[in-house]
Design a protein around this ligand. Structure first.
Ligand SMILES: [Zn+2]
Length: 304
């Protein structure tokens, strides 16, 4: 390399290289990428799944294994949500920093108490997992606990970034508190609403809003709706209270469409997690959007 080029490259390097290499984060689900981005926006964040995918069942593709191999920390839900794919991914990546019991593997569901044992059925193993419902990512009260624990873990892994991480943690908590106050107000108008769901994807938020999940299209958590279960649903007295069928974008719409045809109930197909749409590309915006849609149907039912 000519001297002039060397000087130019060195100066460029000085100008663009941060003091320390940015953290490399592997997020199992988009909601945890959103929290990681809030705390360490300069990090290199790889998200394993999208709102269009069922987070219980994905393939440990080579690109995911490579991303896991590069990671300083993997942020996943745990409580067996990823039991069908994460252990294989961790083992194939053989990243010694991201292993059970190491600081580089962070499970959000382990930071909070969980609602009822979920009996998560793992289709590949025919297994039942007793930890509780792992779908905590839309719970206004649990997320601040997760953020504090995640901030602690990130500080432990990148102590030189402590001040910046703590500042962003405080900013996130202040904003979330204001958002939560607004959601609390909205919840006052939603109490008494009953919906039919498919799986507990929105369960923590619905419960927080005092919206009843009166019907589940799944016969058992993790088992796809069957014809016999759907016919049971049709004769379930709880169906009379239902004002809306609410499913997530990654779910098969056919059972919900069938029930809507039988009952004339409206359907909402909403993102189960953050996606790249402007109204739903952060957890706070997604919760706003979900509450808006529920309020719309509550109003329509009142005036119907
Ligand atoms: Zn689940």
């Amino acid at each position: 390399m000519a001297f002039k080029q060397l000087v130019a490259a060195t100066m460029l390097g000085l100008a663009v290289m941060p003091a320390q290499a940015a953290l490399n984060v592997f997020a199992c689900e988009p909601e945890w990428a959103d929290l990681a981005r809030a705390l360490v926006p300069d990090a290199d964040i790889h998200t394993a799944t999208s709102a269009q995918q069922d987070p219980h069942y994905i393939e440990a593709r080579p690109s995911l294994i490579a991303a896991m191999r590069r990671a300083d920390i993997a942020v996943c839900t745990g409580a067996s949500l990823e039991a069908g794919w994460l252990p294989a991914l961790i083992s194939r990546a053989s990243n010694r920093d991201v292993q059970p019991g190491k600081p580089g593997l962070f499970f959000t569901a382990e930071q909070v108490s969980l609602h009822q044992p979920h009996d998560h059925v793992d289709r590949s193993m025919g297994d039942v997992h007793p930890e509780g419902d792992p779908h905590i990512h839309l719970d206004p009260d649990r997320l601040p606990v997760v953020v504090d624990a995640l901030a602690d873990r990130l500080v432990a892994l990148a102590p030189s970034d402590e001040n910046a991480i703590r500042l962003r943690q405080r900013q996130w908590q202040v904003r979330w508190k204001l958002d939560t106050a607004r959601w609390r107000q909205a919840a006052d108008n939603l109490g008494g609403l009953s919906v039919a769901v498919q799986h507990s994807t929105f369960g923590y938020l619905l419960r927080w809003l005092s919206v009843e999940s009166a019907i589940d299209l799944e016969p058992k958590p993790g088992l796809p709706p069957s014809a016999s279960h759907l016919s049971d649903v049709l004769s379930d007295p709880a169906l009379a209270r239902v004002k809306l069928i609410l499913i997530a974008t990654y779910q098969d719409e056919r059972p919900a469409r069938w029930l809507a045809n039988q009952t004339q109930l409206p359907i909402e197909v909403l993102p189960g997690t953050v996606n790249d749409q402007p109204e739903t590309d952060s957890l706070a915006e997604l919760i706003d959007h979900l509450i808006d849609r529920l309020a719309h149907h509550q109003k329509a039912a009142d005036h119907g």
